[in-house]
Ligand binder design. Structure first.
Ligand SMILES: Nc1ncnc2c1ncn2[C@@H]1O[C@H](COP(=O)(O)OP(=O)(O)OP(=O)(O)O)[C@@H](O)[C@H]1O
Length: 356
């Protein structure tokens, strides 16, 4: 097990959080899957938990759902402690709804019975009304009497989400809910489903490893790497103001440029930027690829490769012994051609001390 670092608290919104994790740890033999996770989730809205494969996202979701115990720390839902070491409230007592990738409907129950499954304690009339309202909300009323094996993947998903919302949970947990959707329909199907989920007013935590999707659908992001929460916040803030180069990489391509900091200015081959609070000496500048542009007053660079990426070209170039990957719209330069490159004047850059 790794020594634990100092706990960092990530709070997206502090008042009335639906979910709060404090220094949560989950150890498996030989590895710590969740390593001191702390964050709070606001009531309402969609939050995406994003990170590369194996970083601990599903484990964290299982801890929140109550399918596994925590080894250290605490989980609170609507202010109630539901997990501390040695005590794990059962999933059905947490007020969370959970939908896994495979949707896992009960094969021997029709759609209505699947959706109403958790409502056995309700009077029959009230149960029928709740189920009917959910079938309407998720546009599956016409499938009320169908069996799970008769449904498409998208229909099964709607049934699974309606079922998870039947008991009006405080929090809906979705594990990679869109991974099974077909490419060109994916966006439309996803957006329609999310609109229906938003209309239900439940707070939603979605696990995904797709950064573009996460930024598109989330009100807030939780970025995770190697068992740790590395940053939380609004997608725009996480994208433009990453806390580290590793955090920046979780959301997309990053160009890392050598810099030398002197008196709060980081100087690079492509221009200088402000670098307050960074000590003098060698540093790295991290920018999004669109922050490097062709400019007549720029530094001469030699193009070594170009790749077509649909709406733009990815161009590799060398200047001052450094390699740059940039994005250019329109006709690309030829291999071997000289281009002049500079940092965009309004560049938003992360400057870190070399080695950080
Ligand atoms: N029950 C378990 N026993 C032992 N190790 C486990 C167990 N479950 C997960 N792990 C390990 O813990 C780490 C985190 O796994 P987890 O499934 O939470 O990651 P993930 O981010 O959800 O990955 P993916 O995106 O690939 O689903 C992985 O290295 C995994 O092999």
């Amino acid at each position: 097990m790794r020594p634990r670092g100092p706990a960092t608290r990530h709070l997206i919104v502090t008042d009335d959080p639906v979910l709060e994790l404090r220094d949560v740890v989950r150890d498996y033999p030989g590895r710590t899957a969740v390593d001191g996770a702390s964050f709070a989730l606001p009531s309402g809205g969609i939050t995406c938990l994003l990170g590369p494969s194996g970083c601990g996202k599903s484990t964290l979701l299982r801890l929140i759902a109550g399918l596994e115990p925590v080894d250290a720390g605490e989980i609170r839902i609507r202010g109630h402690a539901v997990a501390v070491p040695g005590t794990t409230a059962a999933p059905e007592h947490r007020g969370v709804g959970l939908v896994f990738q495979d949707n896992a409907l009960f094969p021997h129950l029709n759609v209505s019975a699947n959706v109403g499954f958790g409502l056995a304690a309700m009077a029959a009339d009230a149960r029928r009304a709740r189920v009917a309202a959910l079938l309407d909300r998720f546009h599956i009323a016409h499938l009320a009497d169908a069996w799970p094996h008769m449904l498409s993947g998208g229909e099964q998903q709607r049934v699974a989400i309606a079922r998870a919302l039947a008991r009006e949970p405080s929090l809906l947990l979705l594990d990679e809910p869109f991974s099974g959707l077909d490419g060109h329909l994916r966006g439309a199907v996803r957006d329609a489903l999310l609109a229906d989920i938003r209309a239900a007013g439940t707070s939603v935590l979605i696990v995904t490893h797709d950064p573009e999707e996460a930024m598109m659908i989330a009100d807030n992001l939780i970025l995770m790497a190697a068992g740790r929460i590395v940053q939380t916040g609004r997608p725009e803030d996480c994208y433009h103001q990453p806390v580290s180069i590793a955090a920046a990489r979780l959301l997309g391509d990053v160009a890392v440029i050598d810099a030398v900091v002197t008196n709060g200015i980081a100087d690079t081959a492509l221009g200088a930027v402000q670098a307050d609070a960074i000590p003098d000496g060698a540093a790295k500048l991290a920018v999004r690829p669109d922050a490097i542009v062709r400019s007549p007053a720029g530094v001469a660079a030699t193009v070594s490769a170009t790749r077509f990426a649909g709406h733009l070209y990815i161009v590799e170039a060398f200047a001052a012994d450094q390699h740059f990957t940039i994005q250019l719209p329109g006709k690309p330069p030829a291999i071997g051609e000289q281009v002049t490159l500079a940092l965009r004047l309004d560049v938003r850059a992360l400057v870190v001390r070399d080695g950080d």
